[in-house]
Design a protein around this ligand. Structure first.
Ligand code: GDP
Length: 197
């Protein structure tokens, strides 16, 4: 897929104020600092599109970016910040889980996983929750340029194995780097294939 246009549409703190659910949405989510903003910028080809390295615990926003006037990249707030208070965590949970669970135009959840790390409990729990809700998701392993492809493959295999404790089939996955643009075509082609399904 060629990106002809990518436009920031809105930031929301309330589900009720989201754009009408008439265009396909792909929600990008992961632990804070996983490389989500960098990935969105890499996919859209616009450097400042999503704001990188946002301060943890700031207002939780759902950002909509309209791509090719056709579909949305939805940038969801990251999870898993140790320094965030219990109340903030509960707010995050309610806000995001409501969006994910209820959004009719949501096509797929793109779960970002840091390819440098061994499987993390919080990521596995989140995937399991998506599975329980019957939501479609794929895994996007980030920052693959930071270590050898052998190490990345090992971490991918470990994550898949950990998921197999609850899933019958391993989800589709992509290995990416925002530095080298590795995986860009694969992710965009996947979205294209779902859009044209
Ligand atoms: P977010 O909090 O998930 O939006 O993460 P950011 O996109 O702000 O990235 C967090 C940090 O990781 C920043 O310092 C980025 O420059 C760095 N980073 C993100 N993606 C990559 C990548 O693919 N390769 C490398 N080497 N660094 C990355």
């Amino acid at each position: 897929m060629t990106i002809k246009s990518a436009e920031f549409i809105c930031s929301n703190t309330q589900i009720s104020k989201l754009p009408p659910p008439v265009k396909a949405e792909y929600a990008f989510i992961g632990r804070s600092n996983v490389g989500k903003s960098s990935l969105i910028n890499m996919l859209t080809g616009k450097r400042g599109m999503a704001k990188t390295s946002q301060t943890p615990g700031k207002t939780q926003l759902i950002n909509h970016f309209l791509i090719n006037d056709e579909w949305y990249i939805v940038d969801l707030p990251g999870y898993g910040y140790a320094r965030v208070s219990k109340n903030k965590k509960a707010d995050w949970d309610k806000f995001i889980r409501t969006y994910l669970d209820k959004r009719e135009s949501l096509q797929c959840v793109m779960v970002l996983i840091d390819s440098r790390l061994e499987p993390q409990k919080i990521d596995l729990e989140f995937c399991n929750w998506l599975g329980e809700k019957g939501l479609s998701f794929v895994l996007i392993f980030t920052k693959a340029d930071k270590q050898s492809s052998v190490k990345t493959d090992q971490n991918v295999a470990k994550f898949k194995k950990a998921l197999m404790a609850t899933f019958e089939e391993a989800p589709q996955y992509f290995v990416t780097s925002s530095e080298t643009q590795h995986g860009r075509d694969e992710v965009l082609n996947f979205i294209d294939s779902v859009n044209n399904h």
